[in-house]
Each structure stands twice: as C-alpha cells, then as structure tokens.
Design a protein around this ligand. Structure first.
Ligand SMILES: Nc1nc2c(c(CN[C@H]3C=C[C@H](O)[C@@H]3O)cn2[C@@H]2O[C@H](COP(=O)(O)O)[C@@H](O)[C@H]2O)c(=O)[nH]1
Length: 306
C-alpha cells in the first residue's frame, strides 16, 4: 500500500481544487483525544456471516459491486449488502463461480429485489462475470483460496486481487503521473478483517498498511470536519449536484487528499499520544458519521471503483 500512500501524497502536494488544512487535522485530533470513537464492523447488522468460506465469497461479490449507488437516490450500500445476504441465505450456490458468469441485469436486480435497473448495471454484470471466470480459472472457484494464498498479508491480497481482476485496478493519471487508490481491493481486505475479527480468513499481520477507502462519503465528512477545503468552483459544482468526470483533476484530488489527510491524522495521533491507530479504524468511524448524516453533500462521479 506504499504506492497508495506515496501517490496520494504526490497529488496532495500539487492539488489546487482540494487542500488539506493542517489546523483542521489538529482540531479533530484534539477533539477525539486519543480515543477514536469505536465503530463495530457491521454496526448496521446487514452483512452475511457464517464464519466460513462462504462469507469470503459473499464479501468478494459484495466488494465487486461496492460502487456508485448515488445515481438512484433510493439505493445505497445497505441495499446491496442486505440484498446479497438474503439471496445467499435463500440459495447457498448463488455466488458459485459458474453462476456469477451467467447473471444478466434483470437477474441481478431480482436477486437484490430492486424494482428498476441498477446504476451502471451492465458494468456490474460484467464485473461479476470477470470475477466468476477468474476465480474458476485460478482459484478453484473460491475466493477463500485467493485469501488463503496471501499468507496473512493484506498487502499481498490487494496485489493479488488487482493483478487477477482488472475491475479492481482503481488508478488514474494525474498531471502525467499514475495514482493508485485501490478502494475496492483494500476494502475487501478490511471487510475480511472486520467480519472475522482479525482471525481465520481475517487475520492479517499487516492490517496497519491499509489506507482509508477513497469513496464519495469520506471526503465530504473530512470537509465537514474542516480537514479538507475545496476551491469555490469545486464547492459550487458539488452543491449544484453537477457530475465530476472520472479521472478529472478535481476527482483525483478529492480522493487522494482524503487518503493523505487521514494518514496525517494518524501520524499526529501517534505523535501526541503514542497511540497507533489504524486507517481502517479511522475510515469506519468517518464513514459511519457520513452515512448517518442525511444532509451530507458528496461529489458525484460515475465510476466502477467506488
Ligand atoms: N470509505 C468507506 N466507504 C464505504 C464503506 C462502505 C461499507 N463498509 C461496510 C463495512 C463495515 C461497515 O459496517 C460497512 O457497512 C461502503 N462504502 C462506500 O460508500 C459509498 C456508499 O454510500 P451510500 O450511497 O450513502 O450508501 C460508496 O462509495 C461505497 O463504496 C466503508 O466502510 N468505508
């Protein structure tokens, strides 16, 4: 994850639409003191869990589809997590690798009990096929084999996932430089760690290497906390719900500055209190604040990455 950290910092050092306010970070760290509000993974109680390989398959499918809910104003992440959970409870073979390759839009919709086409539905279906095919070809159809082959390293898992599954290669080119954010690949590792409570399939000796997951909720929360500042033009664009192009400077800056700001927050907490907090812990806290704030205005980018 050094690549994510280094390239995000590269962007933050050159950004003009989004800036990190160091006094804002100081304030947040001062407010939370040494204890980041502890938010449990699955605080919503919406995820499937059976302590076994089927949970790994579920989480991999979930994170394959974990992006861009906002174009449908009634759809959000909860609908996906609980919809897939129910589908799996009703039919244990629903995420078998051969079946993942066969879903078409209307069936996926039916699976999730969603009454109309999903946002980016064709892409969602294509990504499921890609996952089914590659799991079948290289991992005997099982995401748990993928995790088993990582030797308890989250970093290795992210590398393997991004190497095998092109849909997880969350990167962009900013001012001529390649920037890596790997949101869905990293969140898959974090979801395993959270669901299995750091044991079994969720045991990673290097979980501290993971950064936050650059989505559209966390930047908005960081802005609300005074950690990120937007240019007047960017603020107006977001306020007016105008879409921001995928790979645009604005979009890359929003995401990269969020990663970088939270890394700085983490460093400051360590400096002030000697306490090592994980980016994953900071992420779930920030994200849970964001999704519980109905008035939160976030940027809108059509993307398969987040
Ligand atoms: N940074 C970050 N982004 C996250 C998550 C999660 C869910 N994580 C689960 C794991 C354990 C917890 O108990 C959560 O349930 C989803 N997202 C992103 O949010 C957006 C969806 O927003 P809305 O349209 O309002 O539902 C979308 O980009 C989605 O990809 C997270 O944890 N961190």
């Amino acid at each position: 994850m050094d690549e994510v950290r280094a390239t995000s910092a590269w962007v933050a050092a050159r950004s003009s639409h989004v800036t990190i306010d160091h006094s804002g970070i100081e304030k947040v760290v001062e407010t939370v003191k040494t204890s980041i509000p502890k938010v449990e993974w699955d605080f919503e109680g919406i995820h499937y869990f059976d302590d076994g390989p089927l949970t790994v398959q579920y989480l991999f499918v979930l994170d394959t589809l974990n992006f861009c809910f906002w174009p449908d104003k009634d759809l959000n992440y909860d609908d996906l997590a609980s919809g897939l959970k129910e589908a799996l409870q009703n039919d244990k073979s629903v995420f078998d690798a051969d079946r993942l390759q066969k879903y078409a839009g209307p069936e996926l919709r039916k699976l999730l009990k969603w009454p109309r086409p999903l946002p980016l539905e064709d892409e969602r279906v294509r990504l499921l096929r890609e996952v089914g095919l590659e799991l079948e070809k290289n991992f005997e159809g099982k995401a748990s084999n993928l995790v088993d082959s990582c030797g308890k390293s989250a970093e290795k898992l992210v590398t393997l996932v991004t190497r095998h599954f092109p849909g997880f290669r969350d990167h962009s080119v900013y001012k001529g430089h390649q920037v890596f954010l790997y949101k869905r690949a990293q969140i898959f590792a974090a979801d395993l760690w959270g669901a299995f409570k750091g044991k079994g399939y969720g045991e990673f000796n290097d979980i501290g290497e993971i950064t936050i997951f650059a989505d559209y909720i966390v930047p908005a929360v960081l802005r609300q906390l005074g950690v990120l500042k937007y240019s007047a033009a960017l603020a107006a664009t977001i306020e007016a719900n105008v879409e921001i192009g995928s790979g645009s400077e604005e979009e890359v800056e929003l995401r990269a500055c969020s990663v970088c700001a939270v890394e700085k927050m983490r460093e400051l907490i360590l400096k002030k209190s000697g306490k090592q907090v994980l980016s994953v812990e900071l992420d779930i806290w920030l994200w849970s604040v964001g999704v519980q704030c109905p008035s939160l205005q976030h940027h809108r980018t059509l993307s398969i990455y987040y």
